[in-house]
Ligand binder design. Sequence first.
Ligand code: PLP
Length: 279
Amino acid sequence: PIYWYDNQFLPAEAVRVSPQDRGYYFGDGVYEVYRVYGGRLFETGLHYERLARSAAGVKLALPFGEAELEGVLTELVLRNEVREGTVYLQITRGVAPRNHLFPADAQPMAMAYCNEVARPVTTMEAGIKTITLEDTRWLHCDYKTLNLLANVLAKQEAAERGAGDAILRRGDIVTESSASNVMIVKDGRILTHPANNLILHGVTRAVSLRLARAEDIRAEERPFTVDELLAADEAFVTGTTVEVTPIVSVDGRPIGSGEPGPVTRRLQRAFARAIGLES
Ligand code: PLP
């Protein structure tokens, strides 16, 4: 594979990462994961907007503008001949001896690579089992930073308990999952946590809300409780790599009929149309 690293396109084996990169010491950086459908990057505008917010939130000056970044990532996809896959992009605060204070002269260091990854059709069809866990993250979950240890631990615990994902709650309130946003359906209406500091403002969340409204499905952004999740007619997660994936159980209890529900299916079909797969 060809990487983009330190402003150059390089074969993977030619990439030399400094052990003094602040990404290692402090997780001091921000990232994005894009979807590639039919050889084209999906929703680049929403990704850039979020990246700019994350960077500003951690006082990191992005070393490129929107058009320049889009040019680079488009070239990366082309050079790797990826048709259906993902692009990972991260920007760290740069290379400097370990010191919590921002280095005076370090340049932000950007890296991106691109992979062929199939859509998760099996889990999108069958749905996933989930568990609930306390959300132990900091209070800026809206910044997409490299500090993912709480997310990693949650996802690992879910896997060890035979579940596909962990749904996070702050007290009684469901925030999101370890790597996606959570939505429930009650009486035909979609509910999802508001886009504030407690969740990542998912691109797929925004696309799903847009598609739901275009389908005349009512959708409301308001906090809901674990009890409301358990009593929901349907539930699903949204994310770049999971798209719209049904949740069929939570902590061993079935959601609704225990099968993916009709609103979830409608949204999946609308999503497939939006990415040019069905008419
Ligand atoms: N929430 C978390 C914690 C995530 O890591 C992600 C990333 O996939 C999402 C939500 C979904 O965001 P997006 O739809 O932009 O991929």
